[in-house]
Design a protein around this ligand. Structure first.
Ligand code: PLP
Length: 411
């Protein structure tokens, strides 16, 4: 199988599965027997490792003598995944402010958009969605335009899961802070794979909280973190004594142990891995370009006369996009394109990709990301997302390009 759907979830390496088994019978980490102490120590080491990766001191007990280490700028809370982490931040905001104004980008993950919409429908907050540019990015200026005196939270993702567009979270965080709001970023598609820093080059902390999901980097699904500035999380989503009273529930030790292993594997040699993914993306575009015209989305967007011959529109670019994410659309074919059918044919050939919005199936909701980018019906119907992982190869790109061209010829 050629797996090109790594933004959805990743394949768990054998070492990670092995590590998961190791943490299966350690008992309850809140207990005082030896294996529980070892489990608690592992969680503290994991927190410190995460903090080190993004250049922060985290609030945790010293693994040797129970003392709090560092100057404890942040708390790292283990959750059931990024959806819960996002929900926690939004719930905290509506719990601690009287009908706050919340800003989120129009291309956020549904765990943000739907949670905010739910609280709006209950009358507990008001909200504004920030539009994106034709490139799929969120600009700090457009966030600034929506700020209000009662804006308490701004949520803009670091990188979008469909387009791979990477936002300038520091510029956006500065705008949020200038208006007295907290800034939360969904770092699911970047953390561990891309440079994520909570402070800018001048040392100013612009990011108050971020979330991570470990199944996006070789770990199991159902484990994530919320990293949040100390003192900011006043109302947990799930009550209980775990995570220093910030998130109750017995910790998922097999998941946490496996995730720690996955994270160390994913973050090793990252620059080289990212360069390789970028090269694969560029090579793939070149291979497709040898057979069909390839144009960027902004060019297509500005065209009065849309292409009348099969054309590949690149919705993702290279600069300020995730290196291994390529959202493209097939337009200009004689018959109408159906991306769901192409996806199925590719799957029959052993190639797994995803579609942001399926062409015309009544029960499939179109991608809100493509709508936010002003994509017309043709773009939406022909969209495929290719998201690479660390083990994809150039030979796989050759096979995939040939298979995709065959699908296009058949339309
Ligand atoms: N945010 C983004 C950008 C995602 O891509 C995903 C996963 O699809 C999530 C949040 C949700 O993560 P989880 O599956 O850990 O809840």
């Amino acid at each position: 199988m050629i797996y090109l759907d790594n933004n959805a979830t990743t394949v768990m390496p054998a070492e990670v599965k092995k590590e998961m088994l190791k943490w299966c019978n350690v008992g309850n980490p809140s207990a005082d027997y030896e294996s529980a102490v070892v489990a608690r120590r592992l969680m503290e080491e994991f927190r410190l490792y995460i903090g080190k990766l993004c250049g922060i001191n985290v609030c945790c007990k010293d693994v040797r003598d129970g003392e709090t280490v560092g100057d404890s700028q942040y708390r790292i809370i283990f959750t059931s995944g990024a959806s819960e982490s996002n929900a926690t931040v939004i719930h905290n905001t509506i719990s601690n402010f009287q009908k706050p104004h919340i800003i989120y980008s129009a291309v956020e993950h549904k765990s943000i958009i739907d949670a905010v919409s739910h609280y709006v429908s209950l009358g507990l907050c008001v909200a504004s969605a920030v539009p994106v540019t034709v490139s799929g990015h969120v600009s700090a200026e457009s966030v600034a335009r929506l700020m209000r005196p009662n804006t308490r939270l701004v949520c803009v993702m670091h990188a979008n899961n469909e387009t791979g567009a990477v936002n300038d979270i520091h510029a956006i965080g500065r705008v949020a802070h200038a208006g007295g709001a907290q800034f939360h970023t969904d770092a699911v598609q970047t953390f561990g794979k891309y440079f994520v820093r909570t402070a800018d080059e001048r040392g100013a902390i612009n990011v108050d909280s971020f979330c991570v999901s470990f199944h996006k980097m070789g770990g199991p699904a159902g484990v994530g973190i919320l990293c949040i500035r100390k003192g900011m999380l006043k109302t947990p989503l799930i009550f209980g004594s775990q995570n220093d009273w910030l998130r109750g529930g017995t910790e998922n030790m097999p998941g946490i142990g496996a995730s720690f292993k996955a994270m160390t594997l994913a973050s090793a040699d990252r620059t080289a891995k990212n360069l390789k993914q970028r090269d694969l993306k560029l090579a793939l575009c070149k291979k497709l370009g040898a057979r069909y015209p390839v144009i960027p989305y902004h060019t297509y967007f500005a065209m009065v006369e849309k292409p009348k011959v099969p054309t590949i529109v690149l919705i993702s670019g290279v600069k300020n996009y995730l290196p291994g994410t390529l959202l493209l659309s097939i337009v200009g074919t004689r018959a109408k394109v159906c991306n769901a059918k192409i996806k199925k044919r590719l799957a029959e050939a052993g190639i797994i990709v995803s579609v942001g919005s399926a062409c015309n199936t009544a029960n499939t909701k179109a991608s809100h990301v493509l709508y936010a980018m002003g994509a017309d019906e043709n773009i939406r119907a022909g969209t495929l997302r290719i998201s690479m992982g660390d083990s994809n190869t150039m030979a796989e790109m050759t096979t995939f390009a040939a298979a995709l061209c065959k699908c296009i010829e058949a339309i």
